[in-house]
Design a protein. Structure first.
Ligand code: TRP
Length: 340
């Protein structure tokens, strides 16, 4: 039988397994991955090695979340028959590519990476930044190129990583004199990032403003209740602000009835629409969306061995792919290889 398979573009994404994935991950990236898994060749990396770059003293946190993150993937609809789910630290080719890339970039360039720069400031690292953390953009470049990915769905804060990856890709292709590696494109959700329930720009477990994917009906109700709206919108009859209003940000992200949301916004702005009404709508939408995810997760969690099998199988497939790429990069760079 000769069926010509169309060559599907390769997607690679990853998540640091430092906590359960939440609604922000879902809106920002997981949904895209589910939608694209059949039109693309998709790999998802559980980035446990990268997680270690700022958790060196906290291996247990990472260890305990590897299986949890795989459960999150499967419960939102990532299909292990269509998507390869793999474990970063079990792919030595990625570590070797990282070693090679370390020689192709300067410390000055690493320090200029806007995401790294912000993190250094936020955490007050100064010069005491772990070297692994400073260099994690290269590990990420290894992840992306190790699968020859051309599409990388990520949050906007990760765009500088893709830019830095492409600099390395161009450098290697130039050195090799041929296109060994493809350039990658970041796919960033147009809606922007989902705010935390408290109105802070970022939803994050550590900020305590996240809604986890396995949230119960009770937790969803609580989160919606405390959700930040417009502090000046005291009475239903007051005109209200839609911008910066978390309830509307979530409706924009999850309500499929776009016309109805537009209408609600008009009425809210004009005055006469109370927070309670909009919140009730959002609560119903979140419940309907998250209940099947939570149920599927509970069911899958009963068979831990099956989850490990999925991860083991995916990692095996990924090992072949990444090893081949490593060999081609080594050859392209003209490195000595000890004959077998
Ligand atoms: N840095 C990403 C994050 O913190 C995780 C990640 C690791 C990743 N390797 C990747 C994302 C490769 C995209 C591609 O979310």
């Amino acid at each position: 039988m000769s069926v010509l398979q169309p060559i599907r573009p390769v997607i690679l994404t990853g998540d640091r397994p430092t906590g359960p994935l939440h609604l922000g991950h879902y809106a920002g990236s997981l949904r895209n991955r589910v939608a694209m898994q059949h039109s693309h060749r998709q790999f998802i990396l559980v980035a446990d090695a990268q997680a270690l770059t700022d958790n060196a003293d906290n291996a247990a946190r990472i260890r305990d979340h590897v299986v949890e993150v795989v459960l999150d993937y499967l419960s939102v609809g990532i299909d292990p028959g269509a998507t390869v789910i793999c474990l970063q630290s079990a792919l030595p080719a990625l570590a070797e590519l990282t070693m090679l890339y370390l020689n192709l970039v300067t410390v000055a360039r690493l320090e200029r990476n806007p995401t790294i720069k912000t993190e250094i400031q936020m955490r007050g690292f100064g010069r005491d930044i772990p070297a692994g953390f400073l260099c994690y953009p290269l590990s990420q470049a290894a992840d992306i190129t190790g699968f020859r990915a051309s599409v990388v769905p990520v949050g906007e804060d990760q765009a500088p990583m893709i830019e830095q990856t492409n600099e390395i890709v161009r450098r290697i292709n130039r050195m090799a004199g041929r296109a060994i590696l493809p350039e990658a494109e970041a796919v960033i959700p147009s809606a922007g990032r989902l705010p935390g329930v408290d109105g802070k720009a970022k939803m994050s477990k550590s900020l305590g403003n996240a809604l986890s994917l396995s949230a119960s009906a009770e937790e969803i109700a609580q989160a919606v209740k405390r959700m930040y709206t417009d502090p000046d919108h005291r009475k239903a009859s007051d005109p209200g602000n839609v911008e910066g209003n978390v309830v509307f940000a979530y409706l924009d992200a999850f309500d499929e009835d776009v016309a109805e949301v537009a209408d609600l916004k008009t009425r809210y702005r004009r005055g006469g629409l109370g927070d309670a009404v909009v919140k009730a709508r959002l609560q119903a939408i979140l419940l309907a969306m998250l209940a099947p995810i939570r149920e599927k997760r509970m069911e899958l969690a009963r068979d831990r061995a099956a989850i490990l099998d999925i991860l083991r199988d995916g990692t095996g497939q990924a090992r072949c792919v990444t090893q081949t790429v490593l060999e081609e990069v080594r050859e392209g760079l003209g490195l000595f290889t000890l004959p077998g």
